[in-house]
Design a protein around this ligand. Structure first.
Ligand SMILES: Cc1ncc(COP(=O)(O)O)c(C=O)c1O
Length: 423
């Protein structure tokens, strides 16, 4: 692979410098098209809600709007970016376990369509702010269904201590929140939300979730009389990072979810009129590539290091949860493998290793290393550790690149600092 989005990788590195985050815009569009085409039913309204925490910037949000998707934001910052991108705020779902009063106010002022409530105190704050105004908002409540799904396994637990949502076992608390928000005409309680994990490879985890959510929605209606019409199933759709990963194709996982939802809905009297999913990673991960320039090469008794000009500051995932990645050297794709390298970043942390072990052709100073599948939770989790400026972000399509986020400069890094430190 010598090109991304029809543009030569070495040209991209030369033009924009490194480290550089590159997105294949065609691949982003293909994923959005696939989700919106396959997540459809004749029995209820469906919505794909992009979880923008995976990669939130104005250019990305504009693509989301183009494909008619809704948007999940979890902070005032993500919300502000969407607003500035010209995104229709009525299609926003505002998430988070600790939305501050100021963030709730901002959501109401900007006309956010839906708030996903996390807890009773938050619900009370929303009711306090909205009552007596002419503002309106829809509400979902995040529930914890006791299913945890990660990679190849999912487990059904009675885990009641998650920081997110309210456990289905704490039915009284759930009922209290719904009663509280239903007490004002300004809030329309629409339904329940759950998110059970990330990198889910097992379709059955979703079927299990659907069954629990539909049964619980039905219980809330039959036993308490609440008009629950929406079920939001969260994200967690897997991406391909290395050959250890076998993500379920989008059409298959969507078909499985839709089929189970239709079955469960029929069983429960077709009470649900809207079903939503919130993919983040699966939309952006595989479209993204991080380009680095190789610096020095170092041999230790047991390792052969190749150092790069970025690291945990632009991609924390390997250090944070031992995430694995594949990579190649641009222009040497067909060269014979010469050794096993450890790709290390330039940050002052022994844990700043991007790839523990990878077979590559001979790596030389000045080579461009291309890390694959870096589009999710890379740039969005980046930091200024060691005062490294954030990389530029470029979208490439049909051989043309456009810079969607500029590279930070040293000036940006100190722009908020007071010059007169010792007045
Ligand atoms: C509420 C919610 N929805 C959606 C997502 C997106 O998950 P993923 O990127 O794994 O699809 C997350 C991720 O943390 C989440 O917390």
């Amino acid at each position: 692979m010598s090109e991304i989005g029809g543009m030569n990788i070495l040209t991209l590195a030369q033009t924009y410098g490194t480290p550089l985050a590159v997105y294949d815009e065609g691949a982003l569009r293909d994923k959005l098209k696939s989700f919106t085409e396959h997540f459809r039913s004749d029995s209820f309204k469906t919505d794909v809600v992009y979880a923008s925490k995976a990669f939130n910037c104005m250019a990305m949000i504009q693509l989301i709007e183009e494909y008619g998707c809704c948007l999940d934001v979890v902070s005032g910052g993500e919300l502000y970016t969407a607003y500035k991108a010209g995104y229709d705020c009525s299609k926003i779902f505002f998430h988070g376990n600790n939305k501050t009063p100021a963030e709730i106010k901002m959501a109401l002022d900007l006309g956010v369509g839906t708030i996903v409530l996390d807890n009773e105190m938050e619900a009370a704050e929303l009711v306090r702010q909205i009552s007596g105004t002419d503002k309106k908002i829809n509400a979902y409540l995040r529930v914890n269904p006791g299913i945890e799904a990660h990679t190849h396994k999912y487990i059904v637990t009675a885990h009641v201590d998650s920081k997110f949502g309210i456990s289905m076992l704490d039915e009284e608390d759930i009922v209290n929140v719904i009663r509280m928000v239903s007490s004002t005409d300004n809030i329309t309680f629409e339904g329940i939300h759950a998110h059970i994990g990330s990198q889910i490879f097992d379709k059955k985890a979703y079927s299990e979730l659907v069954k629990k959510m539909f049964a619980f929605a039905s219980k809330l209606k039959n036993e308490y009389g609440f008009d629950v019409t929406g079920v939001n199933l969260g994200g967690g759709f897997a991406a391909y990072y290395t050959d250890e990963d076998h993500p379920i194709p989008v059409d298959e996982v969507c078909a499985e979810i839709i089929r189970t939802c239709e079955e469960e809905n029929a069983k429960n009297g077709n009470q649900i009129t809207r079903v939503l999913i919130e993919p983040g990673r699966s939309i952006v991960a595989e479209a993204g590539y991080n380009l680095y320039t190789i610096g020095y090469i170092k041999k230790t008794p047991n390792k052969l290091y190749a150092f790069v000009d970025g690291g945990m500051s632009d991609n924390i995932r390997p250090a944070l949860y031992q995430a694995k990645y594949d990579a190649f050297i641009a222009g040497k794709e067909n060269d014979e493998v010469s050794g096993t390298y450890t790709i290390a970043g330039k940050c002052c942390e022994s844990g700043d290793i991007l790839i523990q072990s990878i077979a590559l052709p001979e790596v030389k100073t000045g080579d461009i290393l291309v890390m694959k599948t870096t589009g999710a939770y890379g740039y969005s989790m980046a930091s200024h550790y060691n005062k490294l400026p954030l990389p530029a972000v470029v979208f490439v399509k049909d051989g043309t690149a456009r810079e969607v986020i500029e590279r930070e400069t040293y000036e940006h890094l100190i722009s908020l600092e007071k010059q007169e430190v010792n007045p």
